[in-house]
Design a protein around this ligand. Sequence first.
Ligand code: ATP
Ligand code: MG
Length: 433
Amino acid sequence: MTEMIRKYTSEIGDDDDGKQVLLYGWIHEVRDLGGVAFALLRDREGIIQITCPKKRSPEIIKKLRKVRRESVVKVIGEVKKEPKAPGGFEVLPDEFEVLNEADAPLPLDVVEKVPAELDTRLDARFLDLRKPRVQAIFRVRHQMIQSARAFLSEEGFIEVQTPKIVSTATEGGTELFPISYFEREAFLNQSPQLYKQVLMGAGLEKVFEIGPIFRAEEHNTVRHLNEAISIDIEQSFTDHEGVMKVLERLVSRVYSDVVENCEKYLDWIEVELEVPEIPFQRITYDEAIEIIKRKGEEIVWGDDFSTPALKTLSEEVDGHYFIVDWPTEIKPFYAMPYENEPEISKTFDLMAGSLELASGAQRVHIYDLLVRKIGEKGLNPDSFEFYLSAFRYGMPPHAGWGLGADRLLMSILKLKNIREAVIFPRDRNRLTP
Ligand code: ATP
Ligand code: MG
């Protein structure tokens, strides 16, 4: 006997009508009408109806009646066009094998007649992920990461991986997770920033990294994680404007790839996308402050934008936009001040409505200025030696940004909570699964 090739439910079409197919999947639901039993078999690409009339196989119908929901099965059967079945086809089984029986009751209802709380869903994430809608989020995430990687590679960026166990804070502050590293204290890295810059000193010119960043932020919000994935770039011989253009083109590319390749998954999620038009609007920090003030919100020059302030701003400025030229004071030490107006810096945030997606800047590439700025932030230049030495022997001017991948997905799919965009999120209260 020749080996049959396994098909996904979504691959079954007119050509299969009357033919035998081999399917693997999970039992989504069973309905027993006495003379005939129906099961829905679900695999990662969809759902198909298995129809078993008693007279076709008394043995299989017996097995079907008994099988528990979410058990893993193998089915060989004949495909028949059936307009009333989901997807327009049904399979009449000639072989039905339970490969692994599921326990009952299930800790989470995969059919989801009653929507569960996010926490309950995350506790039983492996079951939650069996829901087509939930799995679809991660198919889009896969596309998003693939697109970002392809786009940056095509633009001449070299993908790198930098250490996540580090000896110094990127920016100081309290957002660090200390870990014990043999007899020393070390930290989980907050950002690849310093390493990306060292690689500019190494002459790589254009690098990107897609990797984890760790932030020991105490606050529990719908847009913060303690472990996030950032898409980071650094580019030599350019300024903040240069890398803003790369960023908006990347976002636009991700959207168009998702629209083109993920139609089915967007349907499952029930979301419609429009590819945002580039260039994105640029507003200055000063203009943003004016708008917020005008709308009656209390804010003074030099403040960072609070969540309510950003909400107010997003009522006036729609979709994707850049906030540029921030006060030097509230941006990290590596942000380049304007020569003629050093209290303003060559910095930007990319926003989607009221959500910050990315932050970037032209960087300080001048050793003396950098040492001074590290000191001004209350940090000790001695602990930045590995970083600073790269600035003494030929550091080109450069710029870059960090884009939160989880936030980008959250905004593309209009998810209410960033945790939905992450398979196994880490937050203030969650360390498992
Ligand atoms: P926020 O002000 O929203 O807390 P941030 O300005 O501290 O963010 P950056 O240091 O600018 O964050 O990091 C670059 C990008 O990485 C952010 O724009 C965001 O998309 C993402 N990011 C940073 N921190 C987190 C986090 N805790 N959870 C999820 N994404 C994050
Ligand atoms: Mg930021």
